[in-house]
Ligand binder design. Structure first.
Ligand SMILES: [Zn+2]
Length: 486
């Protein structure tokens, strides 16, 4: 009999907050494109005689995240020194928070879609947050040939470290957690959350156990994974490896593993440090962090309706399917755009959703703009959809008009006038084109009259072509029938 295993996974994420300056000095925080060692000062490089000063924006952004997770925000927390030696850490310690962190508890609901691979239905995995704290980042080292270079630009860049409870059960769930976390971070406007740029980093703790068991077995830690796909691949590989080891009768050792994305393999880095190795103690150069009720209340005024709540409301209020609501709430500015347009339009919001999901999003992605930067405003999109509702333009023209509005920044009504895009519903104008087409195609006329009724579509097409798509199709068909059936 084969034993069924389940994975027990906890994720530790490091989130780079998008403040202008670093956490304890006024150096520029985002130096992704800058030359090495150009955004540094005595504070972030650990020179003697200077003191750190806390950037309050860091606290505000971290509190917003904690509130979105419904975590318990501590009115008193402490900074601690985490001592270790590494060339990218010029002070010889990292300022972090240890046993009194900014927030504890809370959770993130993670919808997991139905899977055709495993045959499972969609469900929601609630992932509990163990703790959330703020800390400074370390620098970077880079190896070239026989030398190793060090860049201190990243020293002192503000991070939130967030640790989940071991609530995830598969690589897929871990991937979905990161997708939802990234969405939330961008939604709150507190981080770019781009894994490739390293402003969202993830380590995964993985162990296995017999399905249904409640014990927590020895875990390994996977580091250095730089994309959501890599996290999923690495976890999948590690689960397989652990199952093989256990089935061979071996025990799992508490290794730290390094993911090599190019080779798609895990390598052992070292046996894991225990926390005592870091000799934590309270940072003597900083005061305890006190978040007064008034300050907390002021920060929380900036907390928006969250993505999953908005998704639910869109389904209820605008009667759109879950699939649409999910896409429309991937980004906050897209959700705002949809909501504004749907309200202006007032009719069937599914129509607005269709326009957005198909044409508008494609156009925006091609242009590489944000929703707010489009010339096609919610008011213009509303006008365009109403023009099609009223039969003033047909759907082909409407798609063309969409581009024209974006290019020119002019209102749809104005463009319909200027470019003569309105559907021709004048009987006489259509009749004269119909007569012309019929006169020019005697063979088709004969076939039709001999009973090949399906040619009607072809005649309509010819008239449409002649009138550059602007003939009212119903009138065209009626007029053609009148003449042909004579
Ligand atoms: Zn600095």
């Amino acid at each position: 009999m084969t034993i069924a295993y389940e994975a027990v996974i906890g994720l530790e994420t490091h989130i780079q907050l998008n403040t202008l300056t670093k956490i304890f000095c006024s150096c520029k925080a985002d130096s992704w494109e800058d030359e090495p060692n150009t955004n540094i000062c005595p504070v972030c490089t650990g020179l003697p005689g200077v003191l750190p000063v806390l950037n309050e924006k860091v606290v505000e952004k971290a509190v917003l995240l904690a509130a979105a997770m419904q975590a318990n925000i501590q009115d008193l927390s402490f900074f601690d020194r985490k001592n270790y030696f590494y060339p990218d850490l010029p002070k010889g310690y990292q300022i972090s928070q240890y046993d009194h962190s900014l927030a504890t508890g809370g959770f993130l609901d993670v919808p997991v879609p139905a899977s055709s691979d495993t045959g499972s239905d969609a469900y929601v995995r609630q992932v509990r947050i163990h703790k959330l704290h703020i800390e400074e980042d370390a620098g970077k080292t880079k190896k070239e040939k026989d030398r190793r270079y060090v860049d201190f630009n990243r020293c002192g860049v503000p991070l939130v470290e967030m640790v989940t409870e071991p609530d995830l059960r598969s690589a897929e769930e871990a991937g979905q957690y990161l997708i939802r976390l990234r969405q939330l971070l961008r939604w709150l406007g507190i981080s770019e959350a781009d894994m490739e740029k390293g402003n969202l980093r993830c380590d995964a703790n993985v162990s296995i156990r017999e399905k249904g068991s409640t014990v927590l077995n020895t875990k390994t830690e996977i580091k250095n994974v730089n994309s959501i796909d890599a996290v999923k691949d690495a976890i999948r590989k590690e689960i397989e490896r652990q199952i093989k080891e256990v089935e061979k009768g071996n025990t799992i050792k508490p290794w730290t593993l390094d993911w090599d994305d190019n080779a798609g393999v895990l390598r052992m880095m070292r046996s894991k440090e225990t926390e005592a190795d870091y000799r934590y103690f309270h940072e003597p150069d900083l005061l305890p962090l006190v978040i007064s009720p008034a300050w907390q209340a002021r920060i929380l005024e900036g907390l928006p309706e969250l993505p999953l709540a908005r998704r639910k409301r869109f389904m209820e209020e605008f009667k759109i399917p879950e699939y649409d609501a999910d896409i429309l709430t991937t980004e906050r500015d897209l959700a705002d755009y949809f909501e504004e347009t749907a309200r202006l339009y007032g009719g069937d919001a599914k129509k607005i959703s269709n326009w957005l999901m198909n044409d508008v999003l494609r156009m925006r992605n091609d242009l590489g703009k944000s929703m707010q930067e489009l010339n096609l405003t919610p008011a213009y999109l509303t006008e365009l959809v109403k023009l099609t509702d009223d039969g003033k333009i047909n759907s082909t023209i409407a798609k063309h008009l969409l581009q024209k509005v974006q290019e020119s920044g002019k209102a749809p009504y104005t463009l319909v006038e200027e470019l003569g895009l309105a559907v021709v519903s004048d009987d006489g104008a259509i009749r004269s084109v119909c007569e012309k087409i019929i006169a020019a195609n005697p063979a088709e006329v004969q076939s039709y009259r001999d009973g090949k009724q399906s040619l009607m579509g072809w005649f309509v097409g010819q008239v449409m072509r002649e009138m550059r798509g602007k003939a009212d199709p119903q009138i065209t068909q009626r007029v053609l029938k009148e003449i042909l059936d004579k």
